[in-house]
Design a protein around this ligand. Structure first.
Ligand SMILES: NC(=O)c1ccc[n+]([C@@H]2O[C@H](COP(=O)([O-])OP(=O)(O)OC[C@H]3O[C@@H](n4cnc5c(N)ncnc54)[C@H](OP(=O)(O)O)[C@@H]3O)[C@@H](O)[C@H]2O)c1
Length: 269
């Protein structure tokens, strides 16, 4: 049944964002879905509406790596008199390459999307979110936020930003006694989505049991929100152990393990 709350999901045209849209729809949220591929968003909207008829779904195309795109998206939302209770900053890209050979244009897009777009959307929607009884910002970071990742150096650094930013914002809001908004940072490990193909990597080089499905990560995200607390949440026992290890091990050893794993993603291309 409709709950009269609205969730804005970036990167809803595939992978984790796509599954989040379906799950939040089942929970009765109105949806604002955005990505570059509008036809995919509209197809998702139609397939949800075929089974759930009492929620409102709005789709917007936006390339969030472009300058002023966050402001444009905010304007489109406001022009339709929509209010956002929950913002899920999910859109993100990676790139598997040695930094000295990396494409500068792709690196710029990654930084713009993973960092700048997420930061600006958070800033633009924070008033809406703070004034909602059910307000939350959910940032999709990664287990890569816990340690440097050779071959994905810039990607991991963008995700370290997302984790650091989320924790600091949560601390600022917790100081405010009237604030109810939660700031949640989700850290998935390797997840089977279009992410790896777009990043020139192949997760099939990794051992079985290491790769989660996008449905599992989406369910974990919703469950974490329902726990009602701000903070960082790592998906999966294996990933939790690895992130713990990265905090205990020396940088040198952690980088050695990380490089070994990343080479497996590269080998199978
Ligand atoms: N898959 C993993 O192993 C993994 C692990 C940890 C964290 N994550 C994080 O999870 C999040 C979701 O990724 P995913 O795995 O679900 O990958 P995905 O299937 O490739 O989905 C990425 C989404 O982001 C959108 N997107 C990409 N570039 C965009 C741009 N310039 N402007 C607006 N939207 C854009 C894509 O839509 P369009 O192409 O239609 O724009 C797509 O909907 C990302 O932040 C990623 O870093 C993934």
């Amino acid at each position: 049944m409709r709950n009269n709350k609205t969730v804005l999901i970036t990167g809803a045209s595939s992978g984790i964002g796509y599954e989040l849209a379906k799950l939040f729809a089942k929970e009765g949220y109105d949806l604002i879905l955005t990505a570059r591929r509008l036809e995919r968003l509209n197809h998702l909207k139609e397939s949800i509406e075929a089974t759930i008829s009492d929620i409102k779904i709005t789709t917007f195309t936006e390339d969030l790596s472009e300058e002023n795109s966050a402001e444009e998206l905010f304007k489109k939302v406001k022009d339709q008199n929509l209010n956002v209770d929950i913002l899920i900053n999910n859109a993100g890209i990676g790139d598997l390459s040695y930094f000295s050979e990396a494409n500068i244009e792709k690196l710029s897009k990654m930084i713009n999307l993973n960092i700048l777009g997420l930061t600006k959307l958070s800033r633009l929607f924070i008033s809406d979110i703070k004034s909602s009884e059910a307000g939350a910002i959910i940032n999709i970071a990664s287990t890569a936020s816990f340690q440097p990742v050779p071959l994905m150096a810039v990607y991991a650094a963008t995700k370290a930003y997302v984790k650091s930013f989320s924790l600091a914002l949560a601390a600022e809001l917790e100081e405010d006694k009237n604030n109810k908004a939660k700031i949640i940072c989700i850290c998935p490990g390797v997840t089977q989505t279009e992410f790896f193909a777009n990043a020139n990597a192949n997760p099939l080089g990794l051992p079985e049991g290491f790769i989660a499905s996008s449905e599992e990560v989406a369910e974990f995200t919703l469950k974490t929100l329902q726990q009602g607390k701000s903070g960082v949440a790592v998906h999966g026992k294996m990933n939790s152990l690895l992130t713990l290890a990265s905090r205990i091990l020396s940088n040198k050893f952690s980088n050695y393990i990380s490089l070994k794993i990343m080479r497996r993603l590269e080998e199978k291309l």
